[in-house]
Design a protein around this ligand. Structure first.
Ligand SMILES: Nc1nc2c(ncn2[C@@H]2O[C@H](COP(=O)(O)OP(=O)(O)O)[C@@H](O)[C@H]2O)c(=O)[nH]1
Ligand SMILES: [Mg+2]
Length: 425
């Protein structure tokens, strides 16, 4: 009798898997509950579905409370169903009791679209998840992916570290900004904006909306482009259905350019010293400014990079000495490479420099960048610029570490053996 039990269990498990793969709502809902409760079966279930993952386009929608995320998602869901797509939504509820009203509001708005055929909506309460929220959300996204929903939309409130981790599940991260943030834009730029693949200015019916679009576009212009993708700014008025189809199109274009299933590639082994050197060499090769300034990569490793520059006629100021801007560029480039040696994208948010000695034509300047401190989100670097034994400048800088990693394509480009080729090789 006992020998029949495992067979019965196997058959039940197989039936459960088949039901999930077929998109059976009840089966998906029960599996999500098992994942949320950390049920023993859940891990085995998710493992069995591994081969079914990576088909869905996972779109993360984040932004401050009240930005209009839920309203926008409801409109996106409507647009998806009009296009014949089966769409799923995971709304990660903020645990703050202050936002209880908003959570209730979400449920009401969502329930209108959730009743539609081919739409699956699930709220995840962050209370009781104690740090496991990101992994529970990941499991839920996986289940929706395996069940054939595409896209899978994840709503999070952009604030703390766990929200950034949840946003990292997404193939396309959409950051929603309400109009009229003004100076606050500066404050959020270093953080949540860095994760954005697409920026949305919501409530486009507000008179302040077009000014906010302009502000964000100005800000983006100041920022380095990431790979082939240029972050667009989309104006939406979700309550009127405006900009919603455009947003869906833009998100689809991002998935075409940058791929799906990013969360599945996130579990790669931690990079070793050679990976860091190879990554820096690849980044240096791809850096047009480094090439333009004829900066030479001498050495790299985890958290460090050394660059050299020979002072030429084109580097001189009106005094006939090396322009401070050229020295800054050398130090800043070493800073940029060192801080991006670990894999996750690091964006400079602050830098300062002191000049100690002049440099003249023919001088060979070496900038050595070293990591001083690092946590999950921020890292600081010290860069010494020297000419032989003489210190020419000292440079200090801070980076914000984004949740994403450099595209695997870049990181995987093999460097020649253990040698670090210079930017021009
Ligand atoms: N005027 C206007 N109000 C909007 C628009 N979208 C959302 N809202 C309002 O903004 C408030 C917050 O919206 P909600 O979607 O709950 O924001 P969330 O907290 O980011 O999910 C609600 O009162 C919405 O009615 C819009 O396009 N125009
Ligand atoms: Mg909401």
């Amino acid at each position: 009798m006992k020998r029949d039990l495992p067979r019965g269990d196997d058959a039940a498990a197989a039936a459960r898997l088949a039901a999930i793969r077929a998109g059976d709502r009840g089966a998906v809902a029960r599996a999500i509950t098992a994942v949320e409760n950390g049920h023993a079966d859940a891990a085995a279930l998710l493992a069995a579905l591994e081969g079914d993952l990576g088909r869905a386009h996972v779109v993360g929608i984040t932004g401050p409370p009240g930005a209009g995320k839920s309203t926008l998602i409801a409109a996106l869901v409507g647009e998806c169903t009009r296009r014949g797509r089966r769409v799923a939504v995971v709304a990660v509820d903020p645990s703050s009791p202050l936002s209880g009203g908003a959570v209730l509001g979400d449920r009401i708005r969502m329930s209108e679209v959730a009743a539609a055929e081919g739409v699956f909506v699930r709220s995840v309460a962050s209370r009781g998840h104690a740090g496991g929220l990101a992994s529970a959300t990941r499991g839920i996204v996986d289940l929706m992916d395996a069940a054939g929903f595409d896209p899978v939309i994840v709503e999070t409130v952009g604030a703390g570290q766990s929200e950034v981790a949840i946003a990292a599940l997404a193939d396309t991260s959409v950051v929603v900004t309400p109009p009229g943030l003004g100076d606050d834009v500066q404050a959020i730029k270093a953080g949540i904006l860095e994760i954005a693949d697409v920026l949305v200015v919501s409530k486009g019916d507000s008179p302040l909306a077009s000014a906010t679009v302009r502000d964000l576009k100005d800000m983006l212009r100041l920022r380095a482009r990431r790979g082939a993708w240029t972050v667009p700014v989309v104006l939406t008025a979700a309550t009127r259905g405006e900009g919603v189809a455009e947003l869906l199109d833009v998100a689809a274009r991002h998935a075409e350019a940058c791929g799906r299933g990013r969360r599945l590639a996130g579990a790669v082994q931690p990079p070793g010293p050679h990976d860091a050197a190879a990554r820096v060499a690849t980044l240096a090769r791809q850096d047009a400014f480094l090439r333009h300034c004829a900066l030479e990569l001498l050495d790299a490793g985890p958290g460090r990079a050394t660059l050299a520059m020979t002072v030429g006629a084109e580097h001189l100021n009106f005094n006939g000495t090396c322009h401070g801007g050229a020295i800054f560029a050398l130090a800043d480039s070493a800073f940029g490479l060192a801080s991006n040696s670990h894999g996750p994208v690091a964006a400079g948010i602050e830098a300062h420099v002191s000049y100690h000695a002049a440099a003249r034509p023919g001088d060979r300047l070496v900038a050595r960048a070293e990591e001083v401190s690092r946590n999950a989100r921020l890292a600081t670097y010290r860069i010494d610029v020297t000419r032989g034994d003489v210190r020419v400048a000292s440079f200090g800088g801070t980076v914000y570490i984004a949740a994403r990693r450099h595209a695997p394509r870049e990181a995987a480009t093999p460097a020649a053996g253990a040698r670090v080729p210079g930017p021009s090789s």
